[in-house]
Design a protein around this ligand. Structure first.
Ligand SMILES: CC(C)=CCC/C(C)=C/CC/C(C)=C/COP(=O)(O)OP(=O)(O)O
Length: 278
């Protein structure tokens, strides 16, 4: 009897999901959805699981969310997987998350993984010099292996903070301008040089952002009811819709994604108008 009830319930859920999927497919689909994966440790605590299990279940949720987004036609998904501030956590916890990253990056290069099912190009961005060699090598391997995938993109922000990204891009812009000044035959004639200093434009910095691989996000989802940005994509989110469900990251499901997309579709005409006014 219980099995029959479970099957009926399962069928009902997948029927509702299919209807929602059809409704959502009629409206505009966001090009880029960004996620702050918040609440993994709280989830483990809530279910009396070892702390590291929260992040493991969190990774499974990420795979489901990627499927929902790519099935709906989203081209770019980015995730805040580990911030520079997260390095201040207990060494055992940092190690456990880094081990999980290496394990999952290695799984991603296997043929049956989601990145081949959906032809996903994976970018791992951030201050990668802060990572240990094995994590950096695993990250480089997955980026290289997926570099010719061309249907969708997954941007994993690792050892990332927005302020670090902006400082890095500004520094690179200055270094490039300075190198050009030094190599120009007549420095006075160089474009952008003005009375002993040089001019940096917004476009110079944007070009050198780690996030330069993706357009600005349309939706930013932060789970666990928090509405802070915590130093994630500060430069890129001025015209982005923020959605903050109360669910912890490992609890996120299709209904949360559907709700975020419906809300995006409701505000889309206004967002488009705002973008054109810029
Ligand atoms: C390969 C890949 C992309 C793996 C992702 C794995 C994953 C779910 C990483 C999240 C890491 C993290 C520090 C999340 C914040 O939740 P928290 O740990 O701070 O939890 P809390 O908010 O309950 O304290």
């Amino acid at each position: 009897m219980n099995t029959l009830a479970n099957t009926l319930f399962g069928n009902l859920i997948s029927f509702i999901r299919r209807i929602l999927f059809c409704i959502l497919s009629v409206g505009p689909i966001p090009n880029h959805v960004a996620f702050i994966l918040d609440g993994n440790r709280r989830f483990a605590k809530k279910l009396n699981l070892p702390e590291g299990m929260g992040h493991r279940v969190g990774f499974q949720s990420l795979i489901s969310v990627l499927r929902y987004c790519f099935d709906l036609g989203v081209k770019y998904v980015s995730v805040y997987a580990f911030s520079i501030d997260n390095f201040k956590r207990k060494p055992e916890e940092v190690q456990s998350i880094m081990d999980l990253m290496v394990e999952k990056f290695n799984e991603m290069v296997e043929e049956e993984s989601i990145v081949y099912q959906y032809s996903v190009r994976v970018y791992i961005i951030g201050n990668l010099s802060l990572l240990s060699d094995n994590v950096r090598l695993a990250a480089e391997k997955v980026m290289k292996a997926t570099s010719s995938n061309n249907k969708s993109n997954l941007i994993i922000c690792l050892a990332y903070t927005s302020t670090d990204e902006i400082v890095h891009a500004t520094q690179e812009s200055c270094d490039d301008k300075w190198a050009k000044i030094q190599s120009s035959i007549d420095g006075e004639m160089m474009e952008g040089k003005r009375e002993g200093c040089f001019v940096i434009k917004v476009a110079d910095i944007e070009r050198r952002m780690y996030m330069g691989v993706a357009p600005d996000p349309d939706i930013l989802v932060r789970t666990s009811g928090e509405t802070r940005l915590s130093n994630f994509l500060l430069w890129q989110t001025s015209n982005c819709m923020l959605y903050s469900p109360r669910a912890l990251w490992p609890e996120i499901g299709f209904l949360h994604i559907a709700w975020a997309f419906l809300e995006f579709q409701r505000t889309y005409p206004y967002l488009e108008k705002k973008r054109k006014e810029l």
